[in-house]
Ligand binder design. Structure first.
Ligand code: XMP
Length: 319
């Protein structure tokens, strides 16, 4: 059996040996993989690690804050937070086409990351959370959605362009092993069991064009979905659970007045490999609480729908 403790110790020793007294840069995304890479590196080389978090304004509620807390208080890393919220919003203004949104976000991300990485002097290595399934996939000819996903996720040609050597300590691991390794390294359960979140973030869950107002409505609704799923003890049994802000207004009543407000879709799926997925058979009471809370607490929303589409033919995300 795989002994993760031994794996951790061995990997830490190897990193130390390879890095010597050089500096390593590690991008943090808020996700499990990059957090585990950073935790490993921190244990291996401590102060020689610099982390970069690009806050693109498309993260979930409290997401940047919790990453910052984890990697400045618990692991006291040299964390560089790039506040690029305005820049991303500007680039995305008026853009409605999903692939164009992704393309712009990917491009901005690389630009921001590069600019910050160049400010960090003496860096020789770039660490990435490539997992075993990514290694296999990139061996095959990538085309279609998978290619687009990886395109954004890994910083692609960046290491070469900046003259960095790549460190990929998770290359031999599957996701469940990465989670166990994260726990072994002392990362909180909350972070280790976090559902996957797409690189383009809330942009692909805020349909049509993106504004700060829409993002803030979506963020509130999404946080209610996740917190009710957690409160019902269903978070670990589901693969992804989130809200989508629809570009639709519909009529409602409030007291004596007629309203004309936004609709939110709730998406919750179960899947093993994210290639196929079924919608989760959430208990009615949980759906009811989610709906009531969103309508009562999120200003500007008067209707909540539950997405009961399987993948295929629907995808997990709406864009
Ligand atoms: P779909 O929507 O294609 O999603 O069924 C499958 C899985 O991939 C995630 N996803 C992305 N991840 N960049 C990412 O890093 C993307 O552009 C992207 N699009 C979808 C999605 O959240 C799900 O886990």
């Amino acid at each position: 059996l795989w002994k993760l403790h031994d794996f951790a110790q061995q990997t830490i020793a190897e990193i130390r040996e390879r890095v010597g007294d050089n500096r390593v840069i590690c991008g943090l995304s808020g996700g499990v993989d990059s957090a585990v890479v950073a935790a490993l590196l921190y244990q291996a080389i401590g102060p020689q690690l610099s982390c970069i978090l690009v806050d693109n304004g498309l993260l979930r509620k409290q997401e940047a804050e919790s990453v910052i807390a984890e990697f400045t208080k618990h692991f006291k890393t040299d964390l560089h937070v790039v506040d690029a919220k305005d820049q991303f919003l500007k680039e995305l203004a008026g853009i409605t086409e999903p692939q164009e949104k992704r393309r712009r976000i990917g491009y901005q991300f690389v630009e921001c990351f590069k600019a910050e990485a160049l400010k960090i002097k003496d860096a020789k290595f770039l660490a990435q959370g490539t997992l075993y399934p990514d290694v296999i996939e990139s061996g095959a000819a990538l085309d279609g959605p998978a290619a687009t996903i990886k395109l954004h996720h890994n910083v692609g040609g960046l290491p070469k362009e900046l003259g960095f050597e790549l460190i990929e300590p998770l290359r031999d691991l599957f996701k469940d092993e990465v989670r166990k390794l994260g726990l072994e390294l002392g990362l909180p359960e909350d972070l280790v069991w976090r559902h996957p979140f797409p690189g383009p973030g809330l942009a692909v869950r805020c349909l049509s064009d993106i504004t700060e107002e829409k993002l803030s409505v979506l963020r509130e609704a999404d946080s209610i979905v996740v917190s009710e799923i957690k409160a019902a003890g269903l978070y670990r049994q589901t693969s992804q659970a989130f809200a989508v802000l629809l570009p639709v207004q519909s009529v409602g009543v409030m007291g004596d007045a007629r309203t004309y407000e936004n609709a939110v879709a709730v998406r919750c799926v179960n899947t093993d490999d994210f290639m196929t997925a079924t919608w989760s058979y959430l208990p009615y009471e949980v759906l009811a609480r989610i709906s009531t809370r969103i309508i009562n607490e999120v200003k500007g929303v008067n209707r909540v729908c539950y997405d009961i589409s399987t993948k295929p033919p629907a995808t997990i995300e709406w864009e």
